[in-house]
Write a protein that binds this ligand. Structure first.
Ligand code: PAF
Length: 283
């Protein structure tokens, strides 16, 4: 059955109030649409963890620091709704921008520290935009649990931090990255790769996996990641924006994996920016 589509906070609240009155637990999957198997895995996790599932679809202007990127972001609500239909999603919350940011909107949620590195350093204001809209979505949906992909690992840490700091009564569930058979992490941005670029794209996770193995074997991150950078550029990527080993939770830069760590990468293939991360588990 097709999920109910709701566009205003008042309508959303009315539906959620009915569920809550019946003692039902509500799960939310925040998305910007252009749904793929990765999102569907979040929906499946939400179905397991909650009685009612809301998928939000909102291309959040506040998290784009480049107007052209916002403009180009795929908007595919009808296809998204059709994709969600077989998964038993109860409600799609797809507000217009002025419902989320009405005239006079002046508040920002900013998570210091972990927002500053990696994507935060290269996309100023991005995580303020994410933290602000995610806080609003939590308050609008009053969800008991929320599901985020580990592909956006830094985003997941930002969300966990704000939930802890602001005592938001929601359980944040991180779900494993879904990959194509050739290792490429699923992303809405993959749709924008040309056929040739798509064939080259798995060089990114391949080089990261190779670097993870070298670091586990005792090589320093600086040496292992320099080799990975060369491999990524030789494969045809235009630019490596960052490629770093950092602590899994605090995102502090590391050279040896002497505690839980991840390799984080952002790289440009043509005009598409791909990000990925991989955990490094020394024996
Ligand atoms: O990961 C995304 O799609 C977005 O950053 C999110 C969490 C839906 C906030 O707009």
């Amino acid at each position: 059955m097709s999920p109910l589509v709701v566009r205003t906070v008042a309508d959303l609240r009315a539906v959620v109030a009915g569920w809550k009155a019946a003692g039902e637990r509500v799960g939310v999957v925040p998305t910007m649409g252009a749904l793929h198997e990765g999102h569907l895995s979040l929906v499946q996790a939400a179905k397991r963890g909650a009685d009612r599932v809301i998928v939000t679809i909102f291309v959040n202007p506040k998290q784009f620091n480049n107007p052209a990127d916002l403009e180009k972001y795929p908007r595919t609500e009808e296809t998204d709704a059709a994709l969600l239909a077989p998964f038993g999603v109860d409600l799609i919350f797809a507000p217009m921008p002025d419902e989320v940011y009405p005239q006079g909107f002046a508040s920002t949620v900013s998570v210091a520290g972990i927002s500053d590195a990696l994507c935060g350093a290269h996309r100023p204001g991005h995580f303020d935009g994410v933290a602000t809209v995610v806080t609003k979505l939590f308050l609008q949906t009053l969800a008991d649990s929320a599901y985020f992909g580990e592909k956006d690992w830094q985003q997941l840490q930002v969300v966990r931090r704000l939930v802890a700091d602001l005592n938001v009564p929601v359980t944040v569930v991180g779900c494993p990255t879904v990959r194509e058979a050739d290792g490429l992490a699923l992303s809405s941005r993959n749709q924008r790769l040309t056929g040739e670029e798509r064939a080259l794209a798995p060089a990114l996770p391949r080089a990261m996996r190779d670097a993870a193995a070298r670091i586990c074997a005792g090589q320093t991150a600086s040496v292992a990641l320099a080799a990975a950078r060369t491999a990524i550029l030789s494969a045809g990527f235009r630019e490596v924006e960052y490629l770093e080993l950092r602590g899994a939770q605090d995102l502090v830069m590391m050279d040896h994996a002497d505690r839980p760590a991840h390799i984080f990468a952002a790289a440009w293939l043509g005009d598409v920016r791909l990000i990925d991360n991989m955990d490094v588990r020394p024996a």
